[in-house]
Structures are given as C-alpha cells and as structure tokens.
Design a protein around this ligand. Structure first.
Ligand code: GLN
Length: 494
C-alpha cells in the first residue's frame, strides 16, 4: 500500500470498502515509523496501544458503528494530556507526568474512532518556531534542500513533531496547537495543511497552557479536506473550558468545492515587509492569480497596526506564560529537586526543569507584570492588541478573507537562528496577528522555494467563519496542485 500518498479521506474509503483494516493500516504505519526514528518525531510512541485501538475500531466497524475518523491513525502533540500516557510538553519538568485525565480534544478524536500513534515532539511548552527548544532534542524535517543532503532542516515549531510526522507519512494527521503560529508555520515548512481555528472553537481543557488568551488547538493534515474533517471531530463547546464557544460546529467539509466567484479577498499591504524574499512575493502573486482565475475579487487592504503585533505578542504571551508556569513548583507535578527548605526546592526544581527559552519567557513575563512596569508594558500591550483586533474588524467589513504568505522564509537549518532570539521571533511575523485577534487561519502548501523547499500561503477569515478559509483554501490547493514529497528513501535505507 502506498502510505506515502495516503490521505485520511483515501484511508476512510479503503476501510469502508473493506480493502484494508484499521489494524493493517496501523501496523504498516508502525513499521514505517520504526524506520524513521532518526527524525526524532515522537517523544513517546504508543504503538502497542495503537494496535489495540485499531483492533477495537475494526470491531466497531463490523458492528456498523463508524465514527467520523474511524480507524484513522493520528499523532498527538505532547501538549495534549492523554490519560495514562506520559505528557511532557517537551519539558524536562514534566518528564514523568502521567495525566489521570484526557484532554477534551483528544477525547473527541477517540470517540470519533481515531487511533493514537503516539505523543509528538515539540518545542518546550510550545515556545519556539523550530522545535529546537525541546528537552527531547530537535526534530528533523524530512525535506532537504536541493543538492544539499547534508544540512538538516527544522520542521518549524512549536508543533514540529506534528508537521514532520504528517510530512513523513508517519501518521495520517496530527493535532497541533497555535499560540502565535505553531500550527501554520510548521505546516508551511513541511508542505502540509495546518488549520488554526477561531479562539474558542476547540476546548483548551487538558491542553498544557502556554498563553491562555492565544492558545488554540487545530488539525495538521495532508489536504484541506482532511483538515476540515479532523476539525469537525475536534471542535465544540465544552463546559470545562469557560472560553470555549457555545456555537454550532458545521460540517466544514461541506464547503469544499463550492465556487468562490465574487468573494472579496484582501491583500494586506503591511505584510509586504522590508527585504521580503523575491520567491515569497512571487508565491503571493501566484496565489492572487489563482483566486482571481476562480472568480474572486482581489484588492489591497490596510491593517495599520500590524507593525506592533510582534512586540505586543512578546509581552502578552510571556506574561501569561509566566503566570501559567508558576504551577510547576516541584510540589504537585513532575520533577522535584529535593532541598533543605521549600524555597530552595522551588528554585532548584525550576532551574533544573526549565530550558533557556522557557526561562527567558518567564523573566520577560514576570518583568512586564511587575508593579511599576505593568501599566507601561502589559496594559499598553493589551490596548494595542485591541487596535490590532479592530484593524481586522474594519477590513472584514470590506472583504471576506485575507491572503498572505504563511512565513517569510522556507525551513532553515537546525541550529540556525538560535543565537539570536529576535531573528527566531521574526519568523512568526505573518502568523502572530491572527492569534492576537483570535481569528481562524489556514496554511496551504503552495509551491517550492528556489532551494526546493515547501512554501505556504495563508488564508485568514472572519471569527467563526472557518468555512470561508476551507472553501478558499481548497481552491488554492487545487490550483497549486502541490504534489512534491520529501525523499524518504534517504532514511529508509539500511
Ligand atoms: N513561535 C511562537 C513562540 O515562540 C509561537 C509559538 C506557538 O504558537 N505555540 O511563541
């Protein structure tokens, strides 16, 4: 069976026709996974459990009980709590943490019949854009630069295990979370589809918190259809999360293939950043032409406060992180470094348990929240966040969606940008504003860079109008016809 090209939709068809069982599918994927361990994609593979789940799925199918994702093997970002299975959030401090509960999103996936392949590597506490901050080591992007098989590339982050797993065909889909771009940027770096839903669309219950007002779970998959299908299973109101939205979850796949004739698409002029690479500009122009060809009306729009998005994000996200991470004190969760006094135990535990990037965010967050600086930084950032949000409200009076590149560059080398945190933060320039405004956005693989690496285009739509982003995203997918694949033969040898 050609696992390399198998989509969720394709697998569901084969399962429905009885041409394959969930167990066979899972076995095949486990075998492939065993050969690709050098990519360091899983922190905790759960293959034995996967086979049991697949077996149970086959039995349900025989009885005519067929869920939305019946028998589909998925990878789970290690930020989602999974009952009975270690959940590390990519951190040393949670190395031995075994949750006694299941996150709402994963619970819904299992109820829809999906199979858990394992817990995927990620940046520590989802802080990063490269998967380099994981305590469990970097993930290698299965893609290589043209004529350069030596340089190992990052798969993006923080959902780097998720993107690499889907790109390397180690799972048919994966969950991700997106606080400032962590679904869309890794999707763009690995040539897959990543959907960040509206804030409140998916429950955050049981997902290790990074920045609570920005965090959202979403699907990462090979096609727009697959992502739409996964989101249907993941989304919905949850009384355990007070910020989850009491709003109907439509069949997101229903809009796929619908005409986009007459829809108005905005091109935010402020996203044409200084020094933007030519290949990114060209991709963007290509995207405009594809949408116009399909009958959309494309026009320039202005989001004047865009320039403040990154500084605002790097005040608000660390502020919320410093407060969320206060709970890791060696008392209730994970690592404890014993000491003579309670204070010393806190200090030693946190010093040993958190990595550099997490500590940097805790320092920044604590600083901007401290008396004397709160008004100058945190409160000011909240006000500017409102202006950024208002920018989007204004343009969505004129247009139905926005088209932008997903990232300013293709995947970079493992280790690059690590000495300069600002250079790393700049990689999220096109994704961060969406989180500040709570909007849904989709990254679609749209072309290859001059180096032969995947590049993504991003569709941003109105609050709770994920249907619009999927509808437009499908048109881009169809027109781009992106069927390049990473060359897995390098890893499969031997
Ligand atoms: N790269 C951004 C950061 O480091 C976003 C991370 C995310 O979306 N989780 O904060």
């Amino acid at each position: 069976m050609d696992l390399i090209n198998l989509t969720i939709k394709g697998a569901l068809d084969l399962l429905a026709k009885g041409e394959i069982t969930a167990k066979e599918l899972t076995q095949n994927l486990c075998a492939l996974n065993e050969k690709l361990t050098s990519l360091n994609i899983y922190i905790t593979p759960t293959f034995e459990h996967a086979l049991q789940m697949a077996d149970a799925s086959d039995k349900r199918r025989q009885k005519g009980q067929v869920g939305l994702l019946e028998g589909i093997p998925l990878g789970i970002k290690d930020l989602f709590c999974t009952k009975g299975f270690v959940t590390t959030a990519g951190s040393h401090i949670l190395k031995n943490f075994i949750p006694t509960y299941e996150s709402t999103v994963t619970d819904q996936l299992w109820k829809a019949g999906a199979v858990m392949m394992g817990k995927l590597n990620m940046d520590e506490f989802a802080m990063g854009s490269s998967n380099m901050t994981s305590y469990y080591g970097p993930v290698e992007n299965p893609w290589k630069r043209k004529q350069d098989s030596h340089t190992k590339l990052v798969p993006g982050g923080s959902s780097g295990g998720s993107s690499a797993a889907v790109a390397a065909s180690m799972a048919l889909g994966a969950t991700g979370t997106d606080t400032g771009g962590s679904i869309r940027q890794p999707a763009a770096f690995t040539g897959i589809v990543g959907a960040k839903p509206t804030y409140g669309r998916c429950s955050r219950w049981g997902i290790v918190a990074f920045a609570s007002s920005l965090d959202q779970a979403g699907p990462m998959a090979r096609t727009v259809y697959d992502a739409a299908l996964m989101l249907k299973a993941m989304a919905g109101y949850d009384e355990k999360d007070s910020t989850s939205a009491k709003i109907n979850v439509p069949d997101f796949t229903g809009v796929i293939g619908q005409s986009i004739k007459g829809l108005k698409i905005g091109i935010p002029e402020q996203y044409r950043t200084k020094g933007m690479a030519n290949e990114i500009e060209q991709l963007w122009q290509q995207g405009i032409q594809w949408l116009e060809k399909a009958g959309a009306i494309v026009k320039p729009v202005s989001l004047p406060y865009t320039q403040y998005a990154l500084p605002v994000y790097y005040i608000i996200a660390p502020a919320e992180a410093s407060s969320n991470l206060a709970r890791y004190d060696g008392v209730r969760y994970g690592l404890r470094v014993p000491a003579e006094s309670l204070d010393a135990m806190y200090e030693l535990t946190r010093a040993a348990g958190f990595g550099r990037e997490v500590k940097r965010r805790i320092f920044i967050g604590t600083y901007v929240l401290s008396a004397g600086y709160y008004d100058a930084y945190y409160l000011k950032a909240q006000k500017v966040r409102n202006l950024i949000r208002q920018d989007f409200v204004n343009v969505f009076k004129e247009v139905d969606a926005l088209l932008t590149p997903t990232t300013p560059t293709p995947a970079f080398g493992i280790g690059e940008k690590m000495v300069d945190p600002i250079a790393m933060y700049l990689n999220d320039i096109f994704t961060v504003p969406v989180n500040l405004a709570g909007l849904p956005a989709l990254s679609i693989p749209a072309g290859l860079s001059n180096d032969g690496l995947p590049l993504g285009l991003q569709i941003i739509s109105r609050s709770f109008d994920e249907e619009m982003m999927f509808r437009l995203g499908y048109v881009l997918e169809r027109e781009a016809n992106f069927n390049a694949k990473p060359d897995l033969s390098i890893y499969l040898k031997g």
